[in-house]
Design a protein around this ligand. Structure first.
Ligand SMILES: Nc1nc2c(ncn2[C@@H]2O[C@H](COP(=O)(O)OP(=O)(O)OP(=O)(O)O)[C@@H](O)[C@H]2O)c(=O)[nH]1
Ligand SMILES: [Mg+2]
Length: 316
């Protein structure tokens, strides 16, 4: 079930994460490898504050491999450790373990220097709905589930799952709300299954999907639909795909609702291959522009201030 995020829900989710935050050494922030930015909680940095964090790009198997590599580099260049995994098949789990230990290496050494006994790293998984939190917990738990129990000194209701010798994982993940910042993010989340279909209009979603494919994956579109662009007149494109895939209604005419559904399903079921919906290049360009605007604004402010001071001096 997809949660409808009302302000009350958001506050509650945030509170739950904040409370559990105190119990752990590190946060595993789970995002969808197909949309590593759009599947992040908009306030995650604020929520988890200074707590060490490992960014985990899950569902690696469904994402464009080149883009995933670029995203990992993007995050690492900005000082965030990031790994890509496939929780469904349990691929890449070792990298989670390894990265967590590396992130906490200094803290552990400090503890050791103070004469504290070595203990397992305590971690909590957080992420938006459907990103794979439960799947990852089950994967990590599978081999060692036998050793589940309450850790003394920690809230009794919380269960810790042993992951190898080095990590203990909180059994309940922190569910956070997704971004609703703009329409496009909404479409991306809907196309990857993070938002329920009832929230989005299928036809709008299909049109977004087609435009997205034409822009980023025209050759895949060509292969599947025998077109590599979207006609200005959308009916032409829908007619074409409807004919090609023989999507007819009762009277033999093309059923546009079904064509829309087919397009969305094709994208979700990977009939157009592995797709990534957030692009590093676009993000870098966006950041560059934002920086430029901020710089210009600052320069203008300085200039205005100088002019004001000048005027003041002139009148004096
Ligand atoms: N292909 C693929 N599917 C995955 C992967 N991880 C999880 N899934 C699938 O994604 C869906 C959601 O996974 P869950 O583990 O239930 O996600 P969740 O984050 O716990 O979701 P909520 O409990 O609703 O917040 C399931 O159908 C999983 O099988 C992955 O790495 N690859
Ligand atoms: Mg779950």
């Amino acid at each position: 079930m997809t949660i409808q995020w009302f302000p009350g829900h958001m506050a509650k989710a945030r509170r739950q994460v904040s409370e559990n935050l105190k119990l752990v050494d590190i946060i595993f922030e789970l995002v969808d490898a197909r949309l590593p930015l759009s599947s992040r909680n908009p306030m995650i940095d604020e929520v988890i504050n200074q707590k060490p964090r490992l960014l985990i790009l899950n569902k690696q198997d469904m994402a464009d491999e080149t883009e995933t590599r670029r995203w990992i580099a993007y995050f690492e260049e900005r000082g965030h450790r990031a790994v890509a995994i496939n929780s469904f098949e349990g691929k890449g789990l070792q990298s989670v373990n390894k990265a967590a230990q590396e992130i906490l290496k200094e803290k552990w050494e400090r503890m050791k220097a103070k004469g504290m006994k070595p203990r397992a790293i305590r971690a909590m998984i957080v992420g938006i709905p459907n990103v794979g939190k439960s799947t990852l917990i089950n994967r990590l738990a599978k081999k060692n589930l036998a050793k589940t129990g309450n850790t003394p000194g920690v809230t009794k209701a919380q269960q810790w799952i042993k992951v190898g010798k080095e990590i203990e994982l909180l059994d309940t993940p922190g569910i956070l709300w997704p971004k609703f910042e703009d329409q496009e993010i909404g479409y991306k989340l809907a196309l990857t299954g993070a938002i329920k279909d009832t929230i989005t209009n299928m036809e709008d979603l299909a049109v977004y999907g087609l435009r997205f494919l034409a822009l980023h994956y025209p050759e895949r579109m060509e292969e599947r639909y025998k077109i590599d662009s979207v006609n200005e007149d959308l009916v032409v494109t829908f007619d074409h795909i409807g004919q090609l895939r023989r999507v007819f209604g009762q009277g033999g005419e093309i059923d546009y609702d079904q064509v829309a559904l087919l397009i969305v399903r094709d994208i979700r079921d990977q009939n157009l291959g592995k797709l990534t919906f957030d692009f590093v290049d676009e993000q870098v360009e966006k950041e560059r522009l934002e920086e430029l605007i901020a710089q210009e604004n600052e320069e203008r402010r300085q200039k205005n201030l100088l002019m004001k001071q000048q005027k003041q001096q002139d009148t004096n």
